[in-house]
Ligand binder design. Structure first.
Ligand SMILES: Nc1ncnc2c1ncn2[C@@H]1O[C@H](COP(=O)(O)OP(=O)(O)OP(=O)(O)O)[C@@H](O)[C@H]1O
Ligand SMILES: [Mg+2]
Length: 395
C-alpha cells in the first residue's frame, strides 16, 4: 500500500493511499499529483489510522480488490475511517463491478489505463471530502425520516431549467437516501414533473387539498406516485384552473406531513412569486435559484434577489445555479456573480442530452450518469445533502 500526501503549496492538504496495485502505480500517482504529493507505502488497510481531524484521504484500490466480497470488505473498512473515501481501479469497464463498487460506497471507479481519469477521480473525491468536512454537523442533512430538509428550486425567469434540475436532484437524493425522498410539483398551473419522469399519477396535489380536513400521513402517502428511482412524487393539478384551489395554508400542511416521514423534500415551483411559492421559500433549508446565461435571466435574478432580501430571506440558504453556463454567449460567470453578489454553487453545462432525456422521460442522471451535466448535478447534490454523498449511498 502506498500513501501520497498532496500539498497545495507548503502544507499537505489531503492524502492519497494506493493499495494492492502494481508498484508503478505509486510513482504514477505521485507524478499525476505533481509536487503536491508525497507517497508512502503500507501493506494493508488495517494500518491506516485516522483521527477525526485528519485531512481528507482518498484510498485508491487496485484491480485485485474487484473480486467478490474483497471489494465490499475493503470499502467497509474505508467507510469506517473519518474523512476517507475510495476510488477503485479496474482493468476493464465491467458494469457489474462498477455497480457493486458504487453500491458498496466507492467514490468513483476508473479503468487503470487512463491516468487523467484517475487524477480527476482523486481530485473529485478530495473536493467531496473537503466539502463534507467543511459542513458543520448541525447543518448536515437529515437522512432520517421525520427531519426532512426542504429544498425549493426557483427561478424568476421561465424556461431556465427549474423542473429539469428539481427532477434530477430528486432522483439523485432518492438513490442516495435511506429514508424516503419526495418531490412536490408546485408549478400549480403548468407543472411538468410527471411528464419529465414519465409517470401517470393517479392522484395530484388537488386530491390532497380536497381531503385536507382528514389529511394524515397514510392518506398523504397514498397520494404519492413512486418513480423507479424510489422518488415519491406529488403531482401538479391536471388542469391549470385547479391550481387556484391550493392555498399556502394547504401547502403548509402538505409539507408538514411529508417532512414527518421523509428525509428530503424537493419542490419545483412556478416562475412567479405566488403566495404558495413564497411560503415554500420561507420554509426551505436550501433555496436553489436557477439562472440562465442571458441578460434577461440575470436581470430578473437581480430583481428576484432584491425581493428575497426585502422579504428577509437569509442569504445563507441561497444556492445559485447557473444553467447552460458553458454556452459561449458573451457573458462571463465571474461577471454574473459580481452582478448578483452571489457565488455560483453549480455551473451546469448546456447539453443536448438534457432535452433528449426530458423527451424520453428518463432523467439525465439515470440515462447519462457520466455526462458533464449529471456529474455537475451530482456534486451539487453533495452540497445540498452532504450526509448522502457517495460513501453513504444505499446503491
Ligand atoms: N443544461 C441544459 N442543457 C440543455 N437544455 C437544457 C438545460 N437545462 C434545461 N434545458 C432545457 O430547457 C427546457 C426548459 O427546462 P425546464 O422545463 O426545466 O425549465 P423550467 O424553468 O422548469 O421552465 P418553466 O418556467 O416553463 O417551468 C427543457 O426543454 C430542457 O430540456
Ligand atoms: Mg418547470
Amino acid at each position: 500500500m502506498t500513501v501520497a500526501t498532496v500539498d497545495s503549496v507548503a502544507e499537505p492538504r489531503f492524502q492519497v493511499a494506493v493499495v494492492g496495485v502494481e508498484p508503478v502505480l505509486e510513482s504514477r500517482v505521485t507524478r499525476l499529483l505533481g509536487k503536491q504529493a508525497t507517497v508512502e507505502a503500507i501493506t494493508t488497510l488495517r494500518q491506516l489510522r485516522r483521527g477525526p481531524e485528519a485531512s481528507p484521504m482518498v484510498v485508491v484500490l487496485g484491480a485485485s480488490f474487484a473480486g467478490p466480497e474483497v471489494l465490499e470488505d475493503a470499502l467497509r473498512q474505508v467507510a469506517m475511517l473519518p474523512t476517507t473515501g475510495a476510488v477503485l481501479l479496474i482493468d476493464d469497464d465491467d458494469p457489474h463491478i462498477v455497480r457493486r463498487a458504487f453500491r458498496a460506497g466507492a467514490f468513483d471507479v476508473v479503468t487503470s489505463g487512463d491516468p487523467r481519469e484517475l487524477e480527476a477521480a482523486i481530485k473529485d473525491a478530495v473536493d467531496q471530502l473537503s466539502l463534507r468536512a467543511a459542513v458543520p454537523p448541525a447543518s448536515q442533512g437529515a437522512d432520517e425520516p421525520g427531519l426532512a430538509r426542504l429544498i425549493t428550486v426557483f427561478s424568476p425567469k421561465g424556461g431556465s431549467g427549474k423542473s429539469v434540475i428539481a427532477c434530477n436532484l430528486g432522483v439523485l437524493l432518492a438513490q442516495r437516501s435511506e429514508g424516503p425522498v419526495a418531490l412536490i410539483d408546485a408549478d400549480l398551473q403548468f407543472g411538468d414533473v410527471a411528464v419529465m419522469l414519465k409517470l401517470s399519477p393517479q392522484h395530484t396535489i388537488v386530491d390532497a387539498v380536497s381531503a385536507m380536513h382528514r389529511l394524515d400521513v397514510p392518506l398523504m402517502r397514498s397520494l404519492l406516485d413512486t418513480h423507479a428511482s424510489g422518488l415519491l412524487v406529488l403531482a401538479a393539478p391536471r388542469e391549470p384552473a385547479f391550481g387556484d384551489q391550493v392555498q399556502s395554508s394547504d401547502m403548509h400542511r402538505i409539507l408538514e406531513l411529508l417532512r414527518s416521514f421523509c428525509s428530503y423534500v424537493i419542490v419545483d415551483t412556478p416562475t412567479q412569486f405566488s403566495d404558495v411559492a413564497l411560503h415554500l421559500m420561507e420554509e426551505s433549508d436550501h433555496l436553489v435559484l436557477v439562472a440562465g446565461m442571458d441578460v434577461p435571466s440575470i436581470k430578473n435574478m437581480k430583481i428576484g434577489l432584491q425581493t428575497l432580501k426585502l422579504l428577509g430571506t437569509p442569504s445563507s440558504k441561497l444556492r445559485l445555479v447557473l444553467n447552460r453556463a458553458n454556452a459561449k454567449v458573451g457573458l462571463d460567470v465571474s461577471e454574473v456573480e459580481k452582478t448578483l453578489h452571489l457565488k455560483a454553487d453549480a455551473l451546469l453545462p448546456s447539453d443536448i442530452l438534457v432535452p433528449q432525456s426530458v423527451n424520453k422521460g428518463v432523467p439525465a442522471v439515470l440515462g447519462f450518469p457520466k455526462s458533464g451535466f449529471s456529474r455537475t448535478l451530482s456534486s451539487f447534490a453533495d452540497v445540498l445533502a452532504p450526509d448522502l454523498s457517495k460513501r453513504g449511498r444505499k446503491g
